[in-house]
Design a protein. Structure first.
Ligand SMILES: CC(C)(COP(=O)(O)OP(=O)(O)OC[C@H]1O[C@@H](n2cnc3c(N)ncnc32)[C@H](O)[C@@H]1OP(=O)(O)O)[C@@H](O)C(=O)NCCC(=O)NCCS
Length: 383
């Protein structure tokens, strides 16, 4: 909402458009996809079914889901040009940079946008959603000096991604946990990357270029990049016994604690709750418990300390627990944010398709605060 300055910094509280894809209910800590709570979808659905639901706005019947699954599987193989872009990237580059380029390259043969042809746009989205997972796995393996693993059409989206990433099929439990993590990250109303996708697509730019822009927005540490930073923080803390003192120091020095805070939530992020429940089950089956223990103490100490201050609205968000979960699956921290994109690409696509039904270019106004009548000074007269 605009304050006395005449604008709203960071567009806080500004309603920029209407959507029926998802809603964040920040005061009560609830998130719904097209009206259904994420808890219910996490319990009963699959990532593929949620993608269909998000794109088409209705739950699929069995026939529709079978057809959709077949289309997702048929689109998993990357075009040679995208493989070449990935291969050309230096191994030192962050995977989000490579992914942004790879997704832009997915559109080399994309036709200009036809807003009226929604069916075509949805098929195009399915292709990008499917290929993006293959690209993320391939980028990771290139970095680690490993040969790419071809997609396996026998496997679900989550299973196949872990298979392409690790070179071996995941066990049922880990595949299920990963599938639920994908569901939880699928959409989140007008978050920064979705807004970026919508802004670019509102110019009638191609889907691939709009999604590529969203990947850039997601990469930042204030957004999706936070999941990688949370694990860097846990590693820097070093051991659970250091965590309480670390939190006290962070709060005293006004340092930002990654994985905490949100523009909309004023209570616990519901995704963090579901992720933590799964993480606790998984950690019980593993020998290495230190990262979880460190984060648990950071989590509890933050909530305890903040509750004594005026900042009691700062709570853990989705990124606090996701990295710890992925680490228990032996995934490297640098791949956490690309994995966020593997899921969120479905939300970005759904928003664009929804918006194109009644498109108007995003073009907000600015409050100009510079001088109004400056004289041009010739080069020879400048100091
Ligand atoms: C998510 C985030 C970008 C929201 O930003 P925002 O709505 O603009 O909120 P602000 O950054 O203005 O925060 C408001 C106040 O809370 C404090 N705050 C917000 N997040 C904090 C955090 N993670 N740790 C400590 N303090 C925090 C800010 O310092 C600010 O304090 P001030 O009023 O004294 O200046 C912000 O909370 C953040 O940077 N969190 C860490 C990164 C993260 O986890 N991102 C993932 C989001 S899903």
């Amino acid at each position: 909402m605009a304050d006395e300055s005449g604008f709203s910094k960071g567009l806080a509280g500004v309603v920029a458009d209407a959507t029926s894809v998802s809603q964040v209910q920040g005061e009560v800590g609830r998130l719904i996809y097209r009206g259904i709570s994420i808890e219910e979808l996490a319990e009963k659905s699959t990532y593929e079914e949620c993608v269909y639901f998000s794109l088409y706005g209705k739950l699929p019947n069995q026939n529709e889901l079978n057809k959709f699954n077949a289309e997702m599987k048929a689109n998993r193989v990357l075009p040679k040009t995208v493989e070449a872009v990935i291969a050309a990237a230096p191994r030192s580059a962050h995977p989000m940079s490579i992914l942004q380029a790879a997704v832009a390259a997915m559109g080399f043969d994309e036709n200009p946008v036809n807003l009226k042809n929604e069916e075509h746009n949805i098929h195009n989205a399915i292709k990008i959603i499917s290929q993006l997972a293959t690209a993320v796995a391939r980028i990771s393996r290139e970095r680690r000096g490993l040969a790419a693993v071809a997609p396996n059409p026998e496997l679900s989206h989550a299973e196949n991604f872990l298979y392409m990433l690790n070179g071996s099929k995941p066990n049922k439990e880990e595949a299920h946990i990963f599938d639920v993590a994908l569901i939880l990250h699928l959409d989140h109303d007008f978050n920064a990357s979705t807004f970026a996708a919508r802004v670019v697509a509102s110019t009638e730019a191609k889907l691939s270029l709009s999604i590529s822009a969203a990947i850039g927005a997601l990469s930042g540490p204030l957004h999706g990049g936070a999941n990688e930073k949370v694990l860097e923080m846990a590693d820097a803390i070093g051991a659970p016994e250091n965590a309480k003192a670390w939190v006290a120091n962070a709060l005293a020095t006004k340092a930002k604690v990654m994985g905490f805070g949100h523009r909309v939530y004023r209570t616990m992020d519901p995704r963090a709750k579901v992720l933590r429940g799964m993480l606790e089950k998984l950690v019980a089956t593993k020998k290495e418990k230190d990262t979880y223990e460190t984060l648990r103490i950071v989590h509890d100490s933050m909530i305890e300390e903040l509750s004594k201050t005026s900042k009691d609205y700062i709570w853990p968000n989705v990124d606090f627990w996701s990295g710890a979960l992925y680490r228990l699956m032996d995934i490297e921290s640098i791949d956490f944010t690309p994995i966020f994109a593997v899921s969120r690409v479905a939300g970005w696509s759904s928003h664009i398709i929804e918006m194109w039904r009644d498109n108007r270019i995003y073009r907000p106004a600015a409050k100009y605060v510079g001088p109004a009548d400056v004289k041009y000074v010739d080069m020879k007269n400048r100091k």
